[in-house]
Ligand binder design. Structure first.
Ligand code: IPM
Ligand code: MN
Length: 349
């Protein structure tokens, strides 16, 4: 029995999470049972109570096997409050130090990249998820005056860099596709933090992962190759902010936000899974957004829990739905409603 905390969150989050839960329930396996506990965290609760994530709730969340998240972001809440107070706080407090974002083009899904097929777009981004500019180091002085100074520094620790790199190497080994890890950095300008990243990359790579090919690309070149030659990538590892940026491009080349899922992972603790698309306020309540990203996040959750077979069943079913049914991955253009797409995934399980 897996204890899962469910945070549907804001906007279209609840609509897509509903479909993910529907699919999990439908797996119908006597050996695989879930106990779901819902939490009403998000913009509405913040507007009512002024709290984004009370300490008591955070402590409860530590006791689950996994967390399933819809989306965070509310049009009436100033940008930064829910992001920092809820999403980033969960990442930091639960030490979800890996943000795992597969970029995979499923058969039947359209990519904006001309002449690229599913076998060309199949890589994984391992994004460091607790450090870099996200650590919040810096500040503003003399605010609002002509002498104002704003500083936002990138924090990279040996420990944080090493555990992220190790995860990437291990992942490439386990995945066994190209057995290659590409470090995405900016060694020509960010000469302090990427000096650290690059040194640790080669040091542990040479010693502990001699079977894995090491490759390096600057972040600006990485986005160029992602468009021109995505087939070159197997596992890309990078720091937090670069990972944030390149994975939105990744989502686009795999068919859009409607299909892109991610995991915020603490390999030694409780992990959190989410569609990476956000709360999409303009579609809220219309039953038109694509739930496949959320369903795919549920599959990632199962995989991380060690339920590989069930995860594969869901993934296969998603592929069938893409191939046989959906006209597009975009909200309102699928040819089906959100709940109908969930029903289709259940049908092919
Ligand atoms: C993401 C999001 C978040 C991030 C925001 C909402 C804080 O863009 O998960 O990629 O920047 O990490
Ligand atoms: Mn992002």
């Amino acid at each position: 029995m897996y204890k899962i905390a469910v945070i549907p969150g804001d906007g279209t989050g609840p609509e897509v999470v509903r479909e993910g839960l529907k699919v999990l329930e439908a797996l119908g396996n006597a050996n695989l049972k879930f106990a779901f506990t819902h939490y009403d965290l998000g913009g509405e609760r913040y507007l009512k109570t002024g709290e984004a994530l009370p300490d008591s709730v955070l402590d409860e969340l530590r006791r689950f096997d996994a967390i399933y998240l819809g989306a965070i972001g509310h049009p009436d809440v100033k940008p930064g409050i829910l992001e920092k107070g809820l999403l980033l706080r969960l990442r930091f407090e639960l030490d979800l130090y890996i943000n795992l974002r597969p970029v995979k083009l499923y058969p039947g899904v359209e990519t904006p990249l001309k002449d690229k097929r599913p076998e060309d777009i199949d890589f994984v981004v391992v994004r460091e998820n607790t450090e870099g500019q996200y650590a919040g180091a810096g500040g503003i002085i003399r605010k609002g005056t002509p002498h104002e100074i704003a500083i936002q520094e990138s924090v990279c620790t040996r420990m944080g860099v090493e555990r992220c790199l190790r995860y990437a190497f291990e992942y490439a080994r386990e995945r066994n596709r190209g057995r290659k890890v590409t470090l995405c950095g900016k060694t020509n300008v960010l000469t302090y933090v990427f000096d650290l990243w690059e040194r640790v990359f080669h040091e542990i790579g040479e010693r502990d992962y001699p079977d894995i090919t090491r490759d390096y690309a600057h972040v600006d070149a990485t986005v160029m190759w992602m468009v021109k030659n995505p087939e070159w990538f197997d596992v890309i590892v990078t720091e937090n902010m670069f990972g944030d940026i390149i994975t939105d491009l990744g989502a686009m080349i795999q068919g859009g936000m409607g299909i892109a899922a991610g995991g915020n992972i603490n390999p030694e603790g409780v992990s959190m899974f989410e569609p990476i698309g956000g709360s999409a306020p303009k579609y809220t309540g219309q039953n038109v957004v694509n739930p496949l990203a959320a369903i795919s996040a549920a599959a990632m959750m199962l995989e991380t829990l060690g339920e590989k077979e069930s995860a594969e069943r869901i993934e296969k079913s998603i592929v069938t739905v893409c191939q046989k049914h959906l006209k597009s991955m975009a909200a309102g253009q699928m040819g089906y409603s959100t709940s109908e797409v969930g029903d289709l995934v259940v049908k092919y399980l």
